[in-house]
Design a protein around this ligand. Sequence first.
Ligand code: CU
Length: 75
Amino acid sequence: MINPFYTGNRMNQIFDVSGMSCSHCEQAVTRAIRRVDPQAEVRIDLPTGRVEVQSEQPHEAIARAIAEEGYEVAV
Ligand SMILES: [Cu+2]
């Protein structure tokens, strides 16, 4: 898959998040992820709760940040 954001060390990570219902939630989750990795690329699909992140930070660290923000992350 061709990914314009791929820089070499970044991994494409998918999270299944429940509890996001509006753009405010989207921003809260994005901010939480950027606290772990300010360079992270974040794409959120609200209807499905699919969160796609490109980051070199570990999957668990990002999942924890989302959970700490108050959203449920499926593992
Ligand atoms: Cu919301």
